[in-house]
Design a binder for this molecule. Structure first.
Ligand SMILES: Nc1nc2c(c(=O)[nH]1)N[C@H]1C(S)=C(S)[C@@H](COP(=O)(O)O)O[C@H]1N2
Ligand SMILES: [Mo]
Length: 425
């Protein structure tokens, strides 16, 4: 399998990275806003502190995310934080920034908008020999370009992964998310197409590969470099944003400050945070994030894995804690949300008796693609004891959530109907 390792370790690139890094470190030192530990991690990321072993964890678990993670809102999972669904109750369509899940391969870097540059480079830009084709945009340059706003979810490909184990008895790799590795925000930024055209897009370009400025990712003792994943040009030109605002605020540090890529309807890994450069290529690009990770492996999938994951699957969740309790004989409104990467939600059916009987949920807002739809049902539990609540969505592409999700070794795209355990008291 070809890789882009040669082009991404281009000497100019490395020098550029180190140069930028020194500027941030100087800035942060003045502002006194960065821990020594984070500083060392940043240095390690570009090899400027060669003696620091990359395999050593650069951060304690509590140090990888900047924002507060109150336990009533989040469950910590390693370097990540999962949103609790019960905390979404009453929050409206858009997930407040302070409640949005965080998925960090390493740690949130300390970047400052006025020092930040975005570099576009590669054989897919017009003019000059390949190594000279590069153009930079500063933060203010982006803010001056026409803006676009989109409501879209960012959802980890592994969201719901623990269902493979708890409902299907299967062992899968990766973070054992329940259902809270998703959030919906109103993203504002510049269309990637606008920036690509300004950069001088070649008619021969086929792929673009955004790369984050967070530390290099070490997995199984191997340094995989900085988080990066290619996108076909067709998607890049269609609806992708370089987002600098999230729900009307400057992008928060944990969500990619100052600028992230936002790839609507696709697996979260496509939405690269803290983007620092974008390779534009006439050849298909590869990185560990579209070869080793984010493909489906397993007996039901092709030898060598499926095609790289693109769109998210179809899911539903209740705005309830696992094991929530309800008083018998009293009317309740059960609320939840369903979403699909393949279109809008068409209908949602709910069962409050473990799947024996079903009724349609009320859709409480107009279903739209790229985001969830809130719904509700009335419930008056009669019998005391354990009960299972189920919600099954159908989308406008004609897919309905199955009872069982097809196994894959990394536990991606769990789409089965979730059995939500509650107790009637
Ligand atoms: N640079 C960078 N971008 C990244 C990641 C990362 O670790 N580093 N994680 C990815 C993954 S796997 C997901 S699911 C989303 C999570 O976005 P959030 O943390 O804003 O919720 O960001 C993606 N972009
Ligand atoms: Mo993810």
């Amino acid at each position: 399998m070809p890789t882009s390792a040669a082009s991404s370790s281009h000497p100019d690139e490395t020098a550029y990275d180190r140069h930028r890094l020194r500027q941030w470190l100087a800035g942060d030192a003045r502002a006194d806003g960065v821990s020594r530990r984070r500083l060392l991690a940043l240095l390690a990321a570009t090899g400027a502190a060669g003696a620091l072993p990359l395999s050593a964890p650069a951060h304690a678990a509590g140090d990888t995310i900047v924002k507060p993670l109150p336990p009533e809102k989040f469950v910590r999972r390693g370097t990540n934080a999962e949103t609790r669904w019960e905390a979404l109750r009453g929050t409206g369509h858009h997930t407040p920034n302070d409640l949005f899940f965080v998925r960090n391969h390493t740690a949130t870097p300390a970047l400052r908008a006025h020092d930040w540059r975005l570099r576009l480079w590669g054989s897919g830009l017009r003019g000059g020999p390949a190594e000279d084709r590069a153009i930079e945009f500063g933060y203010d340059d982006l803010r001056r370009l026409p803006s676009a706003t989109r409501t879209a979810f960012v959802e980890c490909a592994g969201n719901g992964r623990s269902g493979y184990t708890t409902q299907q008895g299967e062992t899968v790799g990766g973070t054992a998310w329940t259902q809270g590795a998703i959030g919906v925000a109103r993203w504002r930024g510049v269309r990637l197409s606008t920036v690509l055209h300004r950069a001088g897009l070649s008619p021969y370009a086929v792929d673009v590969q955004p790369r984050g400025l967070d530390a290099e990712y070490v997995s199984g003792g191997e340094n995989l470099g900085r988080v990066r994943r290619p996108l076909p040009l067709s998607k890049a030109l269609h609806d992708v944003l370089l987002a600098y605002e999230m729900n009307g605020e400057p992008l928060p540090p944990d969500h990619g400050h100052p600028v992230r890529v936002l790839v609507p309807s696709w697996v979260g890994i496509a939405s690269v945070k803290w983007v620092g450069d974008i390779e534009v290529s006439r050849q298909p690009l590869f990185s560990p994030w579209n070869t080793a990770f984010y493909r489906l492996f397993g007996p039901a999938h092709p030898e060598g894995g499926s095609a790289p994951l693109t769109r998210q699957t179809l899911k539903s969740a209740f705005e309830l804690a696992s094991g929530a309790t309800f008083p018998a004989g009293r009317s309740q409104v059960l609320r939840g949300r369903s979403w699909s990467g393949a279109g809008a939600v068409a209908r949602v059916d709910v069962s409050t008796d473990g799947g024996a009987s079903w009724r349609p949920a009320r859709l409480d807002e107009r279903p739209r693609p790229d985001t969830w739809t809130r719904w509700s049902v009335d419930w008056r539990p009669r019998t005391r004891g354990a009960a299972q609540l189920l919600a099954r969505a159908t989308d406008t592409a004609g897919r309905t959530q199955p009872d069982v999700s097809v196994f894959n070794t990394e536990g991606y795209l769990f789409d089965a109907v979730v059995r939500h355990e509650v107790t009637v008291v």
